[in-house]
Design a binder for this molecule. Structure first.
Ligand SMILES: Nc1ncnc2c1ncn2[C@@H]1O[C@H](COP(=O)(O)OP(=O)(O)OP(=O)(O)O)[C@@H](O)[C@H]1O
Ligand SMILES: [Mg+2]
Length: 424
Protein backbone atom coordinates (compact mmCIF):
# COMPACT_ATOMS: atom_id res chain seq x y z
CA UNK A 1 0.00 0.00 0.00
CA UNK A 2 1.23 3.42 -0.90
CA UNK A 3 1.87 6.60 1.03
CA UNK A 4 -0.60 8.50 3.11
CA UNK A 5 -0.80 11.99 4.51
CA UNK A 6 -2.75 13.86 7.15
CA UNK A 7 -4.78 16.92 6.26
CA UNK A 8 -7.71 18.96 7.58
CA UNK A 9 -11.14 17.38 7.47
CA UNK A 10 -13.37 18.64 4.61
CA UNK A 11 -17.13 18.28 4.64
CA UNK A 12 -16.88 15.93 1.61
CA UNK A 13 -14.96 13.51 3.82
CA UNK A 14 -17.96 12.82 6.02
CA UNK A 15 -19.33 9.68 4.34
CA UNK A 16 -15.92 8.05 4.14
CA UNK A 17 -15.10 9.08 7.70
CA UNK A 18 -18.32 7.46 8.95
CA UNK A 19 -17.40 4.27 7.09
CA UNK A 20 -13.89 4.23 8.60
CA UNK A 21 -15.31 4.87 12.03
CA UNK A 22 -17.91 2.10 11.65
CA UNK A 23 -15.47 -0.54 10.62
CA UNK A 24 -12.71 0.52 12.99
CA UNK A 25 -14.77 -0.86 15.85
CA UNK A 26 -14.77 -4.64 16.11
CA UNK A 27 -18.29 -6.05 16.51
CA UNK A 28 -19.14 -6.57 20.14
CA UNK A 29 -16.70 -3.91 21.30
CA UNK A 30 -18.03 -1.49 23.95
CA UNK A 31 -19.83 1.60 22.67
CA UNK A 32 -17.54 4.63 22.55
CA UNK A 33 -18.20 7.57 24.87
CA UNK A 34 -18.86 9.97 22.02
CA UNK A 35 -21.19 8.85 19.26
CA UNK A 36 -20.23 9.78 15.74
CA UNK A 37 -23.26 12.07 15.52
CA UNK A 38 -21.77 14.19 18.30
CA UNK A 39 -18.46 14.26 16.53
CA UNK A 40 -20.16 15.25 13.28
CA UNK A 41 -21.83 18.17 15.01
CA UNK A 42 -18.43 19.18 16.38
CA UNK A 43 -16.98 19.18 12.87
CA UNK A 44 -19.93 21.15 11.55
CA UNK A 45 -19.35 23.70 14.29
CA UNK A 46 -15.81 24.16 13.03
CA UNK A 47 -14.08 22.13 15.74
CA UNK A 48 -10.65 20.73 14.88
CA UNK A 49 -10.62 17.57 12.79
CA UNK A 50 -8.11 15.82 10.58
CA UNK A 51 -8.16 12.86 8.23
CA UNK A 52 -5.46 10.55 6.95
CA UNK A 53 -5.77 9.94 3.22
CA UNK A 54 -4.11 7.37 1.01
CA UNK A 55 -4.70 7.61 -2.74
CA UNK A 56 -7.59 10.04 -2.19
CA UNK A 57 -9.26 7.61 0.18
CA UNK A 58 -9.90 8.44 3.82
CA UNK A 59 -8.20 5.79 5.96
CA UNK A 60 -8.27 7.52 9.34
CA UNK A 61 -10.04 10.31 11.15
CA UNK A 62 -9.57 12.23 14.39
CA UNK A 63 -11.99 14.82 15.75
CA UNK A 64 -11.74 16.97 18.88
CA UNK A 65 -13.92 19.45 20.70
CA UNK A 66 -12.32 22.42 22.41
CA UNK A 67 -13.59 24.12 25.52
CA UNK A 68 -11.20 26.81 26.72
CA UNK A 69 -7.82 25.29 27.49
CA UNK A 70 -9.27 21.79 27.40
CA UNK A 71 -9.88 19.59 24.37
CA UNK A 72 -11.63 16.23 24.21
CA UNK A 73 -10.72 13.86 21.47
CA UNK A 74 -14.11 12.56 20.39
CA UNK A 75 -13.09 10.27 17.56
CA UNK A 76 -9.93 8.48 16.63
CA UNK A 77 -10.55 5.83 14.02
CA UNK A 78 -8.44 3.92 11.54
CA UNK A 79 -9.21 1.76 8.56
CA UNK A 80 -8.38 -1.80 9.67
CA UNK A 81 -5.83 -2.19 6.87
CA UNK A 82 -3.93 0.84 8.10
CA UNK A 83 -3.42 -0.09 11.70
CA UNK A 84 0.06 -0.37 13.22
CA UNK A 85 1.65 1.81 10.57
CA UNK A 86 1.91 5.03 12.49
CA UNK A 87 -1.22 6.55 10.94
CA UNK A 88 -2.86 6.95 14.36
CA UNK A 89 0.14 8.80 15.77
CA UNK A 90 0.24 11.10 12.75
CA UNK A 91 -3.46 11.84 13.13
CA UNK A 92 -2.87 12.76 16.75
CA UNK A 93 0.12 14.90 15.82
CA UNK A 94 -1.96 16.72 13.19
CA UNK A 95 -4.82 17.23 15.59
CA UNK A 96 -2.50 18.44 18.34
CA UNK A 97 -0.92 20.95 16.01
CA UNK A 98 -4.34 22.49 15.45
CA UNK A 99 -5.16 22.35 19.16
CA UNK A 100 -1.92 24.11 20.06
CA UNK A 101 -2.92 26.90 17.71
CA UNK A 102 -6.07 27.27 19.80
CA UNK A 103 -4.07 27.52 23.05
CA UNK A 104 -5.29 24.18 24.32
CA UNK A 105 -3.27 23.03 27.34
CA UNK A 106 -4.87 19.73 28.23
CA UNK A 107 -6.09 17.04 25.81
CA UNK A 108 -8.29 14.22 27.09
CA UNK A 109 -9.90 11.14 25.65
CA UNK A 110 -12.01 8.35 27.09
CA UNK A 111 -11.70 5.24 24.98
CA UNK A 112 -13.05 1.73 25.40
CA UNK A 113 -10.33 -0.68 26.40
CA UNK A 114 -8.19 -1.72 23.44
CA UNK A 115 -10.07 0.63 21.14
CA UNK A 116 -8.47 1.62 17.84
CA UNK A 117 -6.19 4.49 18.61
CA UNK A 118 -5.21 3.43 22.10
CA UNK A 119 -1.79 2.30 20.91
CA UNK A 120 -1.32 5.59 19.12
CA UNK A 121 -2.38 7.48 22.25
CA UNK A 122 0.22 5.70 24.33
CA UNK A 123 2.88 6.21 21.67
CA UNK A 124 2.05 9.89 21.53
CA UNK A 125 2.67 10.60 25.19
CA UNK A 126 -0.83 10.28 26.64
CA UNK A 127 -0.96 8.95 30.20
CA UNK A 128 -3.46 6.28 31.04
CA UNK A 129 -5.45 7.17 34.17
CA UNK A 130 -6.72 4.02 35.84
CA UNK A 131 -7.79 5.84 38.99
CA UNK A 132 -10.98 7.20 37.43
CA UNK A 133 -14.49 5.90 36.85
CA UNK A 134 -16.57 7.09 33.97
CA UNK A 135 -20.18 8.02 34.95
CA UNK A 136 -22.99 8.49 32.47
CA UNK A 137 -26.71 9.22 32.63
CA UNK A 138 -28.88 9.45 29.52
CA UNK A 139 -31.91 11.73 29.69
CA UNK A 140 -34.88 10.95 27.48
CA UNK A 141 -36.94 13.70 25.94
CA UNK A 142 -40.41 13.99 27.47
CA UNK A 143 -43.74 14.01 25.62
CA UNK A 144 -44.65 13.73 21.95
CA UNK A 145 -43.32 17.17 21.05
CA UNK A 146 -39.93 16.43 22.56
CA UNK A 147 -39.86 12.96 21.07
CA UNK A 148 -40.90 14.23 17.66
CA UNK A 149 -38.17 16.86 17.76
CA UNK A 150 -35.66 14.26 18.88
CA UNK A 151 -36.62 12.13 15.87
CA UNK A 152 -36.22 15.09 13.55
CA UNK A 153 -39.94 15.04 12.79
CA UNK A 154 -42.24 17.93 11.99
CA UNK A 155 -45.73 18.86 10.97
CA UNK A 156 -45.97 19.85 7.31
CA UNK A 157 -48.26 22.64 6.16
CA UNK A 158 -51.65 21.69 4.73
CA UNK A 159 -52.09 21.99 0.98
CA UNK A 160 -48.99 20.15 -0.27
CA UNK A 161 -51.22 17.66 -2.06
CA UNK A 162 -52.74 20.36 -4.23
CA UNK A 163 -49.31 21.63 -5.24
CA UNK A 164 -48.66 18.34 -7.03
CA UNK A 165 -49.74 19.05 -10.59
CA UNK A 166 -50.74 16.43 -13.16
CA UNK A 167 -49.79 12.84 -12.30
CA UNK A 168 -53.49 12.01 -12.18
CA UNK A 169 -53.05 8.23 -12.19
CA UNK A 170 -50.55 8.34 -9.31
CA UNK A 171 -52.62 10.84 -7.37
CA UNK A 172 -55.72 8.76 -7.74
CA UNK A 173 -54.05 5.50 -6.69
CA UNK A 174 -52.37 7.08 -3.69
CA UNK A 175 -55.46 9.00 -2.64
CA UNK A 176 -57.85 6.06 -2.91
CA UNK A 177 -55.65 3.29 -1.52
CA UNK A 178 -53.70 5.20 1.10
CA UNK A 179 -55.04 8.61 2.08
CA UNK A 180 -58.77 7.92 2.24
CA UNK A 181 -58.72 4.75 4.41
CA UNK A 182 -56.29 6.42 6.82
CA UNK A 183 -58.32 9.64 6.89
CA UNK A 184 -61.63 7.78 7.41
CA UNK A 185 -60.78 4.68 9.44
CA UNK A 186 -64.35 4.29 10.74
CA UNK A 187 -65.87 4.19 7.27
CA UNK A 188 -63.09 1.87 6.14
CA UNK A 189 -63.82 -0.41 9.05
CA UNK A 190 -67.54 -0.54 8.24
CA UNK A 191 -66.69 -1.74 4.75
CA UNK A 192 -64.02 -4.17 5.88
CA UNK A 193 -61.26 -2.09 4.33
CA UNK A 194 -58.04 -2.40 6.30
CA UNK A 195 -56.11 0.89 6.21
CA UNK A 196 -52.59 0.41 4.85
CA UNK A 197 -49.59 0.52 7.17
CA UNK A 198 -46.75 0.53 4.69
CA UNK A 199 -46.21 1.36 1.03
CA UNK A 200 -43.35 1.55 -1.42
CA UNK A 201 -43.20 4.28 -4.04
CA UNK A 202 -40.89 3.51 -6.91
CA UNK A 203 -39.93 5.36 -10.04
CA UNK A 204 -37.14 7.27 -11.75
CA UNK A 205 -35.45 10.20 -9.98
CA UNK A 206 -37.36 13.46 -9.77
CA UNK A 207 -40.80 12.05 -10.48
CA UNK A 208 -42.19 13.16 -7.14
CA UNK A 209 -41.85 10.25 -4.71
CA UNK A 210 -40.63 12.41 -1.85
CA UNK A 211 -43.23 15.05 -2.69
CA UNK A 212 -45.99 12.43 -2.57
CA UNK A 213 -44.82 11.14 0.81
CA UNK A 214 -44.89 14.66 2.20
CA UNK A 215 -48.23 15.38 0.55
CA UNK A 216 -49.76 12.32 2.26
CA UNK A 217 -48.54 13.56 5.66
CA UNK A 218 -49.83 17.01 4.82
CA UNK A 219 -53.28 15.68 3.97
CA UNK A 220 -53.52 13.50 7.05
CA UNK A 221 -51.95 16.22 9.20
CA UNK A 222 -49.73 13.60 10.74
CA UNK A 223 -46.18 14.42 11.74
CA UNK A 224 -43.61 13.57 9.09
CA UNK A 225 -40.46 11.79 10.22
CA UNK A 226 -37.81 11.06 7.64
CA UNK A 227 -35.20 8.46 8.58
CA UNK A 228 -31.78 8.99 7.07
CA UNK A 229 -29.86 5.72 7.00
CA UNK A 230 -26.54 7.55 6.62
CA UNK A 231 -27.27 9.55 9.75
CA UNK A 232 -28.52 6.54 11.69
CA UNK A 233 -25.35 4.74 10.69
CA UNK A 234 -23.47 7.38 12.64
CA UNK A 235 -25.06 6.14 15.86
CA UNK A 236 -22.49 4.66 18.18
CA UNK A 237 -24.15 1.24 18.15
CA UNK A 238 -24.39 0.94 14.38
CA UNK A 239 -27.21 1.18 11.86
CA UNK A 240 -29.19 -1.94 12.75
CA UNK A 241 -29.34 -1.00 16.44
CA UNK A 242 -30.17 2.61 15.58
CA UNK A 243 -33.08 1.45 13.39
CA UNK A 244 -34.40 -0.69 16.22
CA UNK A 245 -34.10 2.17 18.71
CA UNK A 246 -35.73 4.65 16.34
CA UNK A 247 -38.70 2.41 15.61
CA UNK A 248 -39.11 1.82 19.32
CA UNK A 249 -39.25 5.61 19.83
CA UNK A 250 -41.68 5.96 16.93
CA UNK A 251 -44.03 3.54 18.67
CA UNK A 252 -44.57 6.19 21.34
CA UNK A 253 -46.05 8.68 18.87
CA UNK A 254 -49.84 8.69 18.55
CA UNK A 255 -49.72 9.10 14.80
CA UNK A 256 -46.90 9.43 12.33
CA UNK A 257 -45.83 9.06 8.72
CA UNK A 258 -42.33 7.59 8.58
CA UNK A 259 -40.44 8.11 5.33
CA UNK A 260 -37.31 6.28 4.21
CA UNK A 261 -35.87 7.53 0.93
CA UNK A 262 -33.51 5.46 -1.22
CA UNK A 263 -34.52 2.41 0.74
CA UNK A 264 -32.50 0.16 -1.59
CA UNK A 265 -29.46 1.46 0.30
CA UNK A 266 -30.55 -0.46 3.37
CA UNK A 267 -32.84 -3.11 1.92
CA UNK A 268 -30.91 -4.02 -1.18
CA UNK A 269 -30.47 -7.58 -2.37
CA UNK A 270 -28.45 -9.27 0.32
CA UNK A 271 -25.07 -10.73 -0.40
CA UNK A 272 -26.08 -13.89 1.43
CA UNK A 273 -23.09 -13.60 3.73
CA UNK A 274 -24.30 -13.33 7.30
CA UNK A 275 -21.24 -11.26 8.14
CA UNK A 276 -22.18 -8.59 5.64
CA UNK A 277 -23.30 -5.59 7.75
CA UNK A 278 -26.01 -4.73 5.21
CA UNK A 279 -27.46 -8.19 5.81
CA UNK A 280 -28.00 -7.34 9.48
CA UNK A 281 -29.56 -4.01 8.54
CA UNK A 282 -32.00 -5.49 6.02
CA UNK A 283 -32.94 -8.13 8.57
CA UNK A 284 -33.50 -5.49 11.21
CA UNK A 285 -35.80 -3.53 8.94
CA UNK A 286 -37.71 -6.70 8.01
CA UNK A 287 -38.12 -7.54 11.67
CA UNK A 288 -39.26 -4.02 12.53
CA UNK A 289 -42.11 -3.82 10.05
CA UNK A 290 -44.50 -6.32 11.73
CA UNK A 291 -44.25 -4.41 15.02
CA UNK A 292 -44.83 -1.16 13.21
CA UNK A 293 -47.89 -2.65 11.51
CA UNK A 294 -49.51 -3.62 14.79
CA UNK A 295 -50.46 -0.11 15.79
CA UNK A 296 -53.01 2.19 14.19
CA UNK A 297 -52.55 5.70 12.83
CA UNK A 298 -49.17 5.20 11.28
CA UNK A 299 -47.79 4.73 7.83
CA UNK A 300 -44.36 3.76 6.59
CA UNK A 301 -43.51 5.05 3.13
CA UNK A 302 -40.34 3.84 1.47
CA UNK A 303 -39.14 5.33 -1.81
CA UNK A 304 -36.71 3.90 -4.32
CA UNK A 305 -35.39 4.60 -7.79
CA UNK A 306 -34.47 0.99 -8.12
CA UNK A 307 -37.23 -1.37 -7.05
CA UNK A 308 -35.51 -4.27 -8.80
CA UNK A 309 -32.53 -3.84 -6.45
CA UNK A 310 -34.68 -4.48 -3.38
CA UNK A 311 -34.40 -7.68 -1.44
CA UNK A 312 -37.28 -9.94 -2.59
CA UNK A 313 -38.08 -10.70 1.07
CA UNK A 314 -38.72 -7.01 1.53
CA UNK A 315 -41.27 -6.95 -1.30
CA UNK A 316 -43.16 -10.06 -0.25
CA UNK A 317 -46.83 -9.34 0.57
CA UNK A 318 -47.54 -8.89 4.26
CA UNK A 319 -44.92 -6.24 4.74
CA UNK A 320 -45.99 -3.58 2.29
CA UNK A 321 -49.63 -3.18 1.41
CA UNK A 322 -48.86 -1.43 -1.85
CA UNK A 323 -45.94 -1.10 -4.22
CA UNK A 324 -46.89 1.90 -6.32
CA UNK A 325 -45.19 3.35 -9.39
CA UNK A 326 -44.62 7.09 -9.61
CA UNK A 327 -43.73 7.44 -13.23
CA UNK A 328 -42.61 9.91 -15.84
CA UNK A 329 -45.30 12.50 -16.57
CA UNK A 330 -47.25 12.00 -19.79
CA UNK A 331 -48.29 14.93 -22.01
CA UNK A 332 -51.26 15.87 -19.86
CA UNK A 333 -49.20 15.72 -16.69
CA UNK A 334 -46.39 17.72 -18.27
CA UNK A 335 -48.88 20.39 -19.33
CA UNK A 336 -50.23 20.62 -15.78
CA UNK A 337 -46.75 20.79 -14.31
CA UNK A 338 -45.66 23.46 -16.82
CA UNK A 339 -48.78 25.45 -16.02
CA UNK A 340 -48.03 25.20 -12.33
CA UNK A 341 -44.46 26.44 -12.66
CA UNK A 342 -45.14 29.06 -15.33
CA UNK A 343 -47.73 30.74 -13.17
CA UNK A 344 -49.23 33.74 -14.95
CA UNK A 345 -46.71 33.33 -17.82
CA UNK A 346 -48.67 30.23 -18.89
CA UNK A 347 -51.11 32.49 -20.75
CA UNK A 348 -48.34 34.09 -22.82
CA UNK A 349 -46.68 30.97 -24.16
CA UNK A 350 -47.44 28.10 -26.49
CA UNK A 351 -47.85 25.43 -23.84
CA UNK A 352 -48.24 22.63 -26.39
CA UNK A 353 -44.79 23.34 -27.82
CA UNK A 354 -43.20 23.31 -24.38
CA UNK A 355 -44.92 20.04 -23.57
CA UNK A 356 -43.73 18.52 -26.86
CA UNK A 357 -40.18 19.76 -26.35
CA UNK A 358 -39.96 18.42 -22.81
CA UNK A 359 -40.42 14.77 -23.48
CA UNK A 360 -38.33 12.66 -21.05
CA UNK A 361 -38.49 15.52 -18.55
CA UNK A 362 -39.43 14.71 -14.97
CA UNK A 363 -41.46 17.17 -12.89
CA UNK A 364 -38.16 18.22 -11.34
CA UNK A 365 -36.69 18.93 -14.81
CA UNK A 366 -39.74 20.99 -15.76
CA UNK A 367 -39.49 22.96 -12.53
CA UNK A 368 -35.84 23.63 -13.30
CA UNK A 369 -36.41 24.64 -16.93
CA UNK A 370 -39.34 26.88 -16.00
CA UNK A 371 -37.22 28.71 -13.47
CA UNK A 372 -34.37 29.12 -15.94
CA UNK A 373 -36.69 30.50 -18.63
CA UNK A 374 -38.22 32.98 -16.18
CA UNK A 375 -34.76 34.05 -15.04
CA UNK A 376 -33.63 34.73 -18.63
CA UNK A 377 -36.72 36.85 -19.33
CA UNK A 378 -36.23 38.70 -16.08
CA UNK A 379 -32.59 39.49 -16.87
CA UNK A 380 -33.56 40.79 -20.30
CA UNK A 381 -36.19 43.02 -18.78
CA UNK A 382 -33.78 44.49 -16.24
CA UNK A 383 -31.34 45.18 -19.07
CA UNK A 384 -33.69 46.45 -21.79
CA UNK A 385 -36.75 47.59 -19.84
CA UNK A 386 -39.14 46.92 -22.72
CA UNK A 387 -41.91 45.47 -20.57
CA UNK A 388 -41.77 42.22 -22.54
CA UNK A 389 -43.15 39.06 -20.88
CA UNK A 390 -41.33 35.72 -20.95
CA UNK A 391 -41.84 34.10 -24.34
CA UNK A 392 -42.17 30.61 -25.72
CA UNK A 393 -38.66 31.09 -27.13
CA UNK A 394 -37.30 31.77 -23.62
CA UNK A 395 -38.67 28.49 -22.39
CA UNK A 396 -37.71 26.53 -25.51
CA UNK A 397 -34.17 27.80 -24.95
CA UNK A 398 -34.21 26.77 -21.30
CA UNK A 399 -35.57 23.35 -22.28
CA UNK A 400 -32.76 22.94 -24.80
CA UNK A 401 -30.39 23.86 -22.02
CA UNK A 402 -31.76 21.28 -19.58
CA UNK A 403 -30.62 17.69 -19.77
CA UNK A 404 -33.65 15.43 -19.25
CA UNK A 405 -33.31 13.02 -16.35
CA UNK A 406 -35.09 10.25 -18.22
CA UNK A 407 -33.83 8.17 -21.09
CA UNK A 408 -35.85 5.85 -23.28
CA UNK A 409 -34.03 2.97 -21.60
CA UNK A 410 -35.07 4.22 -18.18
CA UNK A 411 -38.67 4.50 -19.34
CA UNK A 412 -38.55 0.94 -20.67
CA UNK A 413 -36.99 -0.32 -17.45
CA UNK A 414 -39.67 1.45 -15.47
CA UNK A 415 -42.39 -0.24 -17.53
CA UNK A 416 -40.75 -3.60 -16.81
CA UNK A 417 -40.60 -2.76 -13.11
CA UNK A 418 -44.31 -1.97 -13.10
CA UNK A 419 -44.96 -5.32 -14.71
CA UNK A 420 -42.73 -7.23 -12.31
CA UNK A 421 -43.12 -5.43 -9.01
CA UNK A 422 -46.06 -3.08 -8.71
CA UNK A 423 -48.86 -4.05 -6.41
CA UNK A 424 -51.80 -1.67 -6.36
N1 LIG B 1 -46.49 16.53 -9.70
C1 LIG B 1 -45.66 17.54 -9.47
N2 LIG B 1 -46.04 18.81 -9.66
C2 LIG B 1 -45.19 19.81 -9.41
N3 LIG B 1 -43.95 19.67 -8.97
C3 LIG B 1 -43.50 18.45 -8.78
C4 LIG B 1 -44.33 17.31 -9.00
N4 LIG B 1 -43.62 16.21 -8.72
C5 LIG B 1 -42.41 16.63 -8.33
N5 LIG B 1 -42.35 17.96 -8.37
C6 LIG B 1 -41.17 18.77 -8.03
O1 LIG B 1 -40.04 18.11 -8.53
C7 LIG B 1 -38.98 18.12 -7.60
C8 LIG B 1 -38.50 16.70 -7.33
O2 LIG B 1 -39.53 15.96 -6.73
P1 LIG B 1 -39.23 14.85 -5.65
O3 LIG B 1 -38.03 15.21 -4.87
O4 LIG B 1 -40.48 14.59 -4.93
O5 LIG B 1 -38.88 13.63 -6.59
P2 LIG B 1 -38.34 12.19 -6.17
O6 LIG B 1 -39.09 11.22 -7.00
O7 LIG B 1 -38.40 12.05 -4.70
O8 LIG B 1 -36.87 12.27 -6.65
P3 LIG B 1 -35.61 11.42 -6.18
O9 LIG B 1 -35.81 10.06 -6.72
O10 LIG B 1 -34.48 12.15 -6.85
O11 LIG B 1 -35.57 11.48 -4.69
C9 LIG B 1 -39.49 18.82 -6.37
O12 LIG B 1 -39.00 20.14 -6.38
C10 LIG B 1 -40.99 18.82 -6.53
O13 LIG B 1 -41.58 19.96 -5.99
MG1 LIG C 1 -36.85 11.76 -3.31
Amino acid sequence: MSAWRVRDFHSDDLDQAVAVWEQSRPTGSPAPVFGFAEAVSAVRAGQPAVVAVAAEEVVGVAIARVDGERAWIQVIALDARWRNRGVGSSLLAGLERRLRGLDVRRISAVLPEDATGSVAMRNSGYHVRTDLTYYEKVEHAAGDAGLLAALGGRMLPPGLWDLLAGMEAEKEAIEHRIVLPLAHPDVADRYGVVPPKAAILFGPPGTGKTSFAKAIASRLQWPFVELFPARLAADSDGLAAALRATFSDLADLDEVLVFIDEVEEIAGVRSGRATDPSHAVTNELLKTIPGFRERGDRLLVCATNSVRALDPAFLRPGRFDYVLPVGPPDRTARAAIWRRYLGPAADDVDLERLVGASELFTPADIEFAARKGAQAAFEREVRDQRGEPATTADYLASIADTRPTLTTDAVTAFAEDIEAHSRQ
